[in-house]
Design a binder for this molecule. Sequence first.
Ligand code: COA
Length: 146
Amino acid sequence: MVRIMMPMDANNSGNVFGGTILRLIDEVGSVVALKHARTNVVTASVDRMDFYHPVYIGDMLRLNASINYVHKTSMEVGVRVEAENPLTGEVRHTGTCFLTYVGLDKNRKPTLIPELKLETDEEKRRWAEAKERRKTRLREIGRQEN
Ligand SMILES: CC(C)(COP(=O)(O)OP(=O)(O)OC[C@H]1O[C@@H](n2cnc3c(N)ncnc32)[C@H](O)[C@@H]1OP(=O)(O)O)[C@@H](O)C(=O)NCCC(=O)NCCS
């Protein structure tokens, strides 16, 4: 997803507001989760998000999202955020975020998500890393792994 950052996206010091970026992260993440699950999804959690560099009004914000891991009813989506200066083409990696989405059935109960078919080494690496993050995430909120 690519968005030009407009004045309405600014904070009170004139750079892009972090909340604007978080909203776009959840938007692109939910699109990817929805396309994989083909059922309603909700955001169950958003992992820690660090902003490495400011994003400026006029920058093109580029968000790339991928499904990293599917468990039973939940899946992890990773979103990489980059800002591109449209005049120079300079690209800065401004942050990466991992989100967990849960598929819901018609009664809004968690429902099974289709398995992920891993084809490339990159997909296998992402899967293994996401599996570890899931363990940590559930431990931190005191949930038993199933
Ligand atoms: C997400 C939600 C449906 C989970 O409900 P629940 O009663 O905990 O359901 P379950 O115990 O069956 O867990 C369902 C899955 O969610 C995962 N999960 C639940 N809470 C989680 C959390 N905080 N972080 C990561 N995963 C979580 C579980 O691990 C499980 O995954 P699995 O089936 O792949 O093993 C429920 O907490 C909810 O509706 N939250 C509000 C979501 C929402 O409205 N988001 C938008 C912003 S308000």
